[in-house]
Design a protein around this ligand. Structure first.
Ligand code: FAD
Ligand code: SIN
Length: 537
């Protein structure tokens, strides 16, 4: 199909961009699986914005930079924080029913909850299922817009670049994507003058992750293969409180539980342990809390720690966390009366495709927004609830830039069709499953919360061997979504490990036993393509 602009991804970043662009342009949104299959629909806690009279932009900026251990780009932090109230207004305009509470003068005001690393109450939310409400409102607006075509069930494989032009022009531009139609198994070229990657994170590279199944780093890997730089991929965020349950492996228990009084308890000693680690207690930034839990688990040989909010009135707990309460009841845990077993799990990809304040990547015609991008907002550790905000601000920023410069964009040229002449149907799907499991396991064990050079080198060794196997398989067989994801998962793992090996210090989310101190100056880890191993078709 041909459009003015192609957006890959139907989460908060992609749909925000689509709505803004559709004022004047024809937009095609492609999404793997269902339209609600990204992380956006799963977000619980809320969206950070300065909306309280006692709060200031300066405080939100400072909290973001403190959490990010100084690796953030200050200009980006200011850009995003200052646009937050407007982004929330837009969502309210689309009908997102944020919770309200009575203010001092007896009127209705947005209810603001609190999360780790925030010096004020500043998180707007819809109960404990904010993401679902945001996703639903954006989707309803997009579905009603005649300038937007939504195509779910499209697993994008690679970007179409200058080298795929039928008559090579040397323009070096990105002209769209090759995508697998998951229903028919056919690969189509979709072309456009501009392409926005809004493909979310790479959380599924880890064995335990709160992220949905499709968070396999596809956009990051596609941009890297096409020649864009990526940065700070070692900064993988682990959420401190994922439910510990042998059957339900990735259910998040929102940080707002701690924001509203929840305490972390060592089940062996029965003692609250955060006072031993940080003055900010349970509301220290995530990297600090996750490391504290990891340390308790390792020191005491525990399977999990307890998160306890049962000292608060039962009505308060039920009304603030209705969905979590119900989910846990179904698993036999009544959080109004007993503690919740929790463990840290991968949660957010702070690094990604290098972008500027307009969402530009290194490649002409290619933009990136949301979790797949490294805009400079999060630095070495994302402040809670700054992520949906980043999607809203940069979805809009990328769209504004395209609209403002539309006269400069050329129409896409004819491009090569996808070449399947040398491949056949796979007869060994087991290889995909085996490799997928192997990557996720060694990434968890060797590239987790606490790292060492030796463990990182072990991971790198395995990645090198798997590259050969996966590329060989990719070169021989027809693509499937599983194969596309495996290839991207492996590429993401490689970028994470290479970045981690390059950082000779501990900062934010990257903690290594070999370099336990932070260096005096914070520097981004920027990987430049050219040494990537993927061949592509
Ligand atoms: P996503 O919403 O992840 O969407 C990605 C899209 O890309 C999907 O449509 C997917 O199908 C598509 N896609 C991916 N690969 C391909 C491909 N190859 N081809 C075609 N399409 C593709 N952040 C907050 O700020 N507040 C919170 O309270 C919060 N809670 C969270 C709770 C959970 C459980 C999780 C996992 C995350 C949470 N986050 C939260 C983080 C936040 O939800 C995400 O960072 C954000 O939603 C990412 O949005 P996105 O638009 O970048 O990508
Ligand atoms: C949460 O609700 O704890 C997640 C918030 C976030 O990831 O920003």
């Amino acid at each position: 199909m041909r459009a003015d602009v192609i957006i890959v991804g139907s989460g908060a970043a992609g749909l925000t961009a689509a709505l803004a662009l559709a004022e004047r342009l024809k937009v095609l949104v492609l999404a793997k699986g269902e339209l609600t299959s990204g992380s956006t629909a799963w977000a619980q806690g809320g969206i950070a914005a300065v909306l309280d009279a006692g709060d200031t932009f300066e405080d939100h900026i400072r909290d973001t930079m403190v959490a990010g251990a100084g690796l953030n780009r200050q200009q980006t932090v200011e850009f995003v924080v200052e646009r937050a109230p407007h982004a929330i207004d837009r969502l309210i305009g689309l009908g997102v029913p944020f919770n309200t509470a009575m203010d001092d003068s007896g009127g209705d005001a947005l209810h603001l909850t609190r999360e780790g690393g925030h010096s004020h109450r500043r998180i707007v939310h819809v109960d404990d299922a904010t993401g679902w409400a945001v996703q639903a409102a954006l989707l309803a607006a997009v579905e009603a817009n005649p300038n937007i075509t939504l195509m779910p069930g499209q697993a994008c494989i690679d970007l179409i670049t200058g080298r795929h032009e039928l008559r090579y022009s040397g323009s070096g531009r990105v002209w769209g994507v090759y995508a697998l139609d998951e229903a028919t198994g056919r690969v189509e070229a979709h072309t456009a003058s501009a392409t926005i990657l809004a493909t979310g994170g790479a959380g599924r590279v880890y064995q335990f992750s709160t992220a949905p199944r499709g968070a396999t780093g596809d956009g990051i890997a596609m941009a890297w293969r096409a020649g864009a730089r990526v940065s700070n991929m070692e900064m993988m965020q682990f959420h401190p409180t994922c439910l510990y349950n042998l059957d339900v492996k990735n259910f998040l228990v929102t940080e707002a539980v701690r924001g509203e009084g929840g305490r972390l308890i060592n089940p062996r000693t029965g003692k609250r342990f955060m006072p031993f680690y940080d003055d900010r207690l349970e509301l220290a930034p995530r990297d600090v809390v996750a490391r504290a839990i990891d340390s308790e688990i390792k020191r005491f040989g525990l399977d999990y720690v307890h998160l306890d909010i049962s000292h608060m009135p039962a009505d308060f707990v039920r009304s603030h966390f209705p969905n979590i309460h119900e989910k846990l009841l179904g698993l036999g845990i009544d959080m109004t009366r007993e503690p919740i077993p929790v463990v840290p799990a991968q949660h957010y990809t702070c690094g990604g495709i290098v972008t500027d304040l307009h969402g530009h990547t290194d490649l002409p015609g290619l933009y990136a927004a949301g979790e797949c991008a490294e805009s400079g907002l999060h630095g070495a550790n994302r402040l809670a609830s700054n992520s949906l905000l980043e999607c809203l601000v940069f979805g809009e920023a990328a769209a504004s830039d395209i609209l403002a410069r539309w006269g400069e964009f050329e129409a896409p040229p004819p491009v090569c069709a996808w070449d399947e002449s040398r491949v056949s149907n796979s007869d060994e799907e087991v290889i995909i499953k085996q490799n997928w499991t192997e990557i996720r396991r060694f990434m968890w064990n060797y590239v987790g919360i606490v790292r060492s050079t030796k463990r990182l080198e072990r991971a790198q060794h395995r990645i090198r061997m798997l590259f050969e196997e996966v590329e060989d398989y990719y070169g021989q067989f027809r693509v499937t979504t599983d194969l596309i994801e495996l290839r991207n998962l492996l590429q993401s793992a490689d970028l994470i490990v290479r970045s981690a090996l390059k950082r000779h210090e501990s900062r934010g989310l990257h903690y290594t036993l070999d370099y336990p101190e932070a260096l005096p100056q914070a520097r981004d880890t920027v990987l430049v393509p050219g040494m990537g191993r993927s061949k592509g078709r």
